[in-house]
Design a binder for this molecule. Structure first.
Ligand code: FPP
Length: 252
């Protein structure tokens, strides 16, 4: 037997093992509140932005794991409408991170079949960055391995207000307005609601994230800061999800 044969055998055994560890029921749409970057940095005596940068690194591992686990849509909360109230340097830093992620990662994301989308209000963002985001969306619009929805300048209440304005602007009559129509006017109008919403860092809050779409989601609160949330942590979240019984308000 040659060394290369041995390597091949080892690889396929590992893959087999990885598959065995996969949960049976995998959520189609996972949404994540990536919390705890600041505390992660503080623990290490680093500036808060170092925590946000570290929180970009593990994102790559999480995207790979999503594809491996069979998750089709990942929505991440990268910048909330409330985050404008943070110190100017941190806000600027988060804008730069978005720019750098697009500059550095877009080609690979595209090659890997990731469809990039944005939810939220882009109009308050620097026009050059807006352009970058819109170009990235255009470039990747036909990819279908994983939809990555980036919530940036996003707020759940602002999204509902936006939807109401659009409904009124389009002249819908009161009797036409039902839950399906409101869902259609949400930023995620053509996507299924999240099945699983994860928040890292141990905080038990929704913080204005997908408050319409999350009505029947399962929630999982991971006891680690976002930069430490890796493939194994995602696996744990999915195992918890797969063990829950979703009833959607019905009886068993
Ligand atoms: C919350 O942690 C995190 C954020 C407000 C920013 C999240 C951004 C990233 C992970 C970078 C990836 C971004 C893009 C655009 C892909 P926190 O600062 O509230 O942490 P703390 O509660 O410990 O202070």
């Amino acid at each position: 037997m040659q060394a290369t044969d041995l390597m091949d055998t080892t690889t396929s055994e590992n893959e087999e093992e990885g598959r065995e560890q996969l949960p049976e029921r995998v959520p189609t749409h996972v949404a994540i509140i990536m919390d705890g970057n600041g505390r992660w940095a503080k623990q290490r005596g680093l500036p808060r932005l170092a925590g946000h940068r570290a929180g970009t690194e593990n994102l790559r591992e999480i995207l790979r794991a999503c594809v491996e686990f069979g998750i089709r849509i990942l929505t991440i909360y990268a910048f909330s409408t409330e985050n404008w109230g943070r110190p100017e340097a941190e806000v600027k830093g988060l804008m730069n991170i978005l720019k750098d992620v697009i500059d550095r990662e877009l080609a690979e994301l595209h090659a890997e079949g990731v469809q990039l989308r944005h939810i939220g209000d882009l109009s308050r963002i620097d026009p050059e960055l807006q352009r970058k985001v819109l170009d990235a969306i255009e470039l990747t619009k036909n990819n279908n391995r994983l939809i990555l929805n980036v919530a940036f300048n996003y707020g759940g209440r602002a999204e509902i207000v936006h939807a109401i304005r659009e409904i009124v602007r389009n002249g819908h009559k009161p009797e036409e307005i039902d839950e399906a129509l409101v869902s259609h006017y949400m930023y995620t109008g053509d996507l299924p609601d999240p099945d699983l919403i994860v928040r890292t860092s141990g905080e038990l809050r929704l913080s204005n994230f997908l408050i319409w779409q999350g009505a029947y989601a399962e929630y999982y609160f991971a006891p680690v800061y976002w930069p430490d949330f890796n493939k194994e942590e995602l696996r744990k979240a999915i195992i918890h999800y797969s063990q829950r019984e979703r009833r959607f308000g019905l009886v068993k």
